[in-house]
Design a protein around this ligand. Structure first.
Ligand SMILES: [Zn+2]
Length: 270
């Protein structure tokens, strides 16, 4: 299977001691790209450094909504530094940004101020935007209505209902499916068939959200193969078919030209 992990955080110290092995397991599992997303300026820089060091890695840069309050006093300065990082050739998306109303540490107003600037940067740099959404379906929807003109969004770790997913896809956006999909309690399995497969992406959110049967342990990009198998099973299609399609989707939305683009993704994996 040729796969892309569209959401990882390999810069965390969880990977400090064995990153080489994590990357080589990912390569052996068929991963052609791993997108690491920054959560603040330092980790965004770390994502760029990983992309410089490992050809399989790409970077996204942004301020995570849970980190927004740390930077509240200097939003302009912080976002200028993010904007500088966007010039780097291995940066393929803006993020991780979004809204988190679960942790309740950062006022919604602050989160929205950051989010709006991320949208502006995505538009100006012609890059997609990766959105974190925790208990904020309504707010994310409103943000898209206000700011998504000319910007394609990836709703990472999508946990919304069928209608929200369909609405987002109709606006041209993409849904990221990860380890949660494999949990026995997940209703995503019944929903996934309702969504246009051309707008589905696979992800791990490493080191978080390990799929079954690794739940509770450190996650790593190789396990996107387990997500692919679970999603394919739910759709009743061969995993290779799903892998090919979602890899083509990732190549399209993140402009991963060295993956060959959609025209080149015609091998039939299993
Ligand atoms: Zn994340």
């Amino acid at each position: 299977m040729r796969l892309v992990d569209t959401h990882a955080h390999l810069f965390w110290e969880d990977f400090e001691s064995d990153l080489e092995e994590v990357i080589s397991r990912a390569r052996n599992a068929g991963l052609e790209a791993i997108l690491n997303l920054g959560t603040d300026v330092d980790t965004s820089r770390a994502c760029v450094a990983l992309a410089d060091r490992y050809p399989v890695c790409r970077a996204a840069v942004g301020i995570h909504p849970n980190d927004a309050s740390l930077h509240e006093s200097d939003i302009g300065g912080v976002m200028d530094r993010i904007a500088e990082l966007l010039e780097h050739p291995h940066v393929v998306a803006v993020g991780e940004t979004g809204i988190d109303l679960y942790r309740d540490q950062v006022p919604l107003e602050t989160q929205l101020r950051f989010l709006e600037i991320h949208f502006e940067l995505a538009r100006a740099h012609d890059l997609p935007i990766v959105l974190h959404n925790r208990q904020a379906d309504r707010e994310i929807r409103e943000a898209l209505l206000k700011w998504d003109e000319g910007v394609t969004a990836i709703l990472h770790c999508f946990l919304g209902d069928v209608a929200f997913g369909r609405w987002a896809i109709e606006r041209g956006h993409y849904l990221g499916l990860g380890g949660v999909f494999t949990f026995p309690s997940s209703s995503l399995r019944e929903m996934v068939g309702e969504w246009d497969r051309d707008h589905l992406l696979l992800e791990t959110d490493s080191p978080f959200l390990s799929p079954v049967p690794f739940r509770g342990r450190r996650n790593e990009p190789a396990r996107v193969a387990d997500v692919a198998t679970a999603v394919a099973e739910a759709l009743g299609i061969p995993p290779g078919t799903l892998a090919r399609q979602t890899t083509a989707n990732a190549a399209r939305v993140f402009s991963l030209t060295d993956l060959g683009g959609p025209a080149d993704l015609s091998d039939s994996g299993t």
